[in-house]
Design a protein around this ligand. Structure first.
Ligand code: PXG
Length: 440
C-alpha cells in the first residue's frame, strides 16, 4: 500500500541537497531486521545500519519492549541534582565495555554533544591540576567530529567549516590525514605505510610548545570522510607522543564504538588506550537519541577533587543527559549485543565482508577499496568537473535496486548491521557491481 506523500516543504533536512531530494524523495516507512520498507512498499537492504548506528538491526523486540515499558513507567526525570536508577545502570553497562579504567560515563544526546563534552572535560581537567595554559586542541584533516562549534573546529572538513570560519574555536591545529592511494590503494585492512604521519604531532608541539596542548582528537578509523583506516603503528605512535608530553588523547568512537570492528571499541581492536572515548549511535541501537563520553577514572577524580566540597564539579550537562527512555534502550541494546554475541559475529564476518568488497577491484570507475571490520569504502574516479555526481548516481540506482549505501564525495561507504548474513553481504556488493557497469 502506498502512503500519501506528506508536504515536504517544512522539514529543512540535515546534510541534504534539499531541493534535489524534494524533487525526487526517497521515503522509508518501516524497518525490520536488515530491511527498510519504503512508502511505496519496496524492501531495501540496509547496507549502512541507518547512519552507522543500528548495529543490532531494526525493530528489535527487546529494545521496543524496554522503551515502551519505560515510557509508561516514567517518561522523564531530571538528572540535575536528582537521579533515577536507569541512568546509573546504563552507565555501568557502558563502562563494562570500555577499556579498563575508562569507566566514568557522561551522557549526552548525540555524537556532536559527546565531542564538545569531551573537549570541555579536557579543559576542566587541565585547570583542576593547575595546567590551565593547556588550551590548544589538535584534530586531523578529514576528521569528522560532529557539528558543534567545538566539533567543526577540531574537525578537518573544509565544507563544514567554511561558512562558520569566522567563529571557530581559536587555538586549534590539525594533523595531516593518513590516506595515500599512491602508497596503499586496495589495501586490505590497515595500510603498512603511514605510521610516520603521527610524528607530525612532534612538529606541531615544537611550533606551539607542548605545554599549551590540551588534547589530540582523532577517529581511530575515520568513517564519514570515506573510510580512512589507520596505518599500522600510527595510533600507537600518537599515544606514545601524547603520553610523553602530558597531552590527553581522545578517540572519537561515535562510529566504531559497539562492535563495528568486531570488538566493543576500536581502542580494544587496536590495543591503544585513549584517555577519553566519545560515543553515540549504536550505544542504544539509535532507538532514542543518546551519546556518551567515557572518561578515565583518573581524569574524573582530578576534576572531582579540584572542586570545593559540595560544589558542582563540572558546569556542563544536558536536560536529557541519561534520559530514562534512552537509558532503558541502552540497557536493552547492550544486553542484546551480549546475548547474541554480535561483536564476535561482526568479527567472524569481517573476512567475508573484506573479500566481497575487494572483489570489486577492476570494476568500472573503482579507484580504491578500503576496509576493516564491518566497514568498507569504495572510492570511485571522479567524473571530470562533477565531484560526487557519479557516487550519487550509484547511490540512487542501488536504492532503486533495493540496497542502501552511503556516499561522501565519490566514495561509497558500507557499514551494515552486525546481524547481516553472508548472502546479504554478497547481495550488497553484487548490486554495486551491477550499478557500476550501468553508470557512465
Ligand atoms: N563523531 C563521529 C566520528 C561521527 O561519525 C559524529 C561525531 C556526530 O554525531 P551526531 O550524532 O551528532 O551526528 C559523527 C556522526 C555518514 C554520517 O554518512 C556520519 C555521521 C553522521 C551522519 C552521517 O558517514 N557521523
Amino acid at each position: 500500500m502506498t502512503s500519501p506523500t506528506p508536504d515536504l516543504s517544512h522539514f529543512w533536512m540535515p546534510f541534504t541537497a534539499n531541493r534535489r531530494f524534494k524533487d525526487a524523495p526517497r521515503l522509508f516507512e518501516s524497518a525490520k531486521g536488515m530491511y527498510y520498507t519504503t512508502v511505496d512498499g519496496r524492501q531495501v537492504l540496509d547496507g549502512t545500519a541507518g547512519l552507522w548506528c543500528v548495529n543490532a538491526g531494526h525493530g528489535r523486540e527487546e529494545i521496543v519492549q524496554a522503551v515502551a515499558a519505560q515510557m509508561s513507567k516514567m517518561d522523564f526525570a531530571p538528572t540535575f541534582q536528582m537521579g533515577h536508577p536507569l541512568a546509573f545502570e546504563a552507565a555501568s553497562k557502558v563502562a563494562e565495555l570500555m577499556p579498563a579504567g575508562l569507566d566514568r560515563i557522561f551522557f549526552t544526546n548525540s555524537g556532536s554533544e559527546s565531542v564538545d563534552t569531551a573537549l570541555k572535560i579536557v579543559l576542566a581537567y587541565h585547570r583542576a591540576r593547575g595546567e590551565g595554559q593547556r588550551t590548544r586542541f589538535i584534530g586531523r584533516e578529514r576528521g569528522y567530529h560532529g557539528v558543534g562549534f567545538g566539533g567543526i573546529s577540531v574537525g578537518g572538513i573544509g565544507a563544514n567549516r567554511k561558512t562558520f570560519s569566522g567563529n571557530l574555536m581559536p587555538n586549534v591545529d590539525h594533523l595531516p590525514h593518513t590516506l595515500n592511494l599512491a602508497e596503499g590503494a586496495f589495501t586490505r585492512g590497515q595500510p603498512a605505510w603511514g605510521a610516520h604521519l603521527a610524528d607530525e604531532l612532534e612538529r606541531l608541539l615544537t611550533l606551539h610548545d607542548a605545554s599549551t596542548i590540551a588534547a589530540v582528537i582523532v577517529e581511530p578509523l575515520a568513517g564519514s570522510t570515506g573510510v580512512l583506516v589507520p596505518p599500522k603503528g600510527y595510533l600507537e605512535r600518537l599515544r606514545e607522543l601524547c603520553t610523553k608530553h602530558g597531552i590527553l588523547l581522545i578517540f572519537d568512537e561515535v562510529i566504531t564504538g559497539f562492535g563495528r570492528l568486531g570488538t566493543p571499541t576500536a581502542s580494544a581492536y587496536f590495543n591503544v588506550k585513549p584517555d577519553l572515548i566519545t560515543l553515540a549511535k549504536a550505544i542504544n541501537n539509535a532507538a532514542i537519541p543518546m551519546g556518551a563520553v567515557a572518561v578515565s577514572r583518573q581524569l574524573h577524580d582530578t576534576v572531582m577533587n579540584g572542586a570545593a566540597e559540595n560544589a558542582i564539579e563540572l558546569f556542563h550537562g544536558y536536560t536529557y543527559s541519561g534520559h530514562p527512555v534512552a537509558a532503558a534502550a541502552a540497557i536493552a541494546t547492550l544486553d542484546l549485543y551480549q546475548k547474541e554475541g554480535l561483536f564476535a559475529r561482526a568479527q567472524s564476518l569481517s573476512a567475508d565482508f573484506e573479500n566481497a568488497a575487494h572483489e570489486l577491484k577492476g570494476a568500472p570507475h573503482v579507484k580504491d577499496i578500503r576496509n576493516l571490520g564491518l566497514v568498507a569504502g569504495i572510492e570511485l574516479e571522479t567524473r571530470s568537473g562533477e565531484p560526487g555526481a557519479r557516487a550519487h548516481e550509484v547511490f540512487v540506482k542501488c536504492f532503486e535496486k533495493g540496497v542502501l549505501l552511503r556516499y561522501t564525495a565519490d566514495i561509497l561507504a558500507f557499514s551494515p548491521p552486525l546481524i547481516i548474513n553472508r548472502d546479504e553481504i554478497g547481495r550488497i556488493f553484487s548490486t554495486v557491481r551491477e550499478v557500476l557497469r550501468e553508470v557512465k
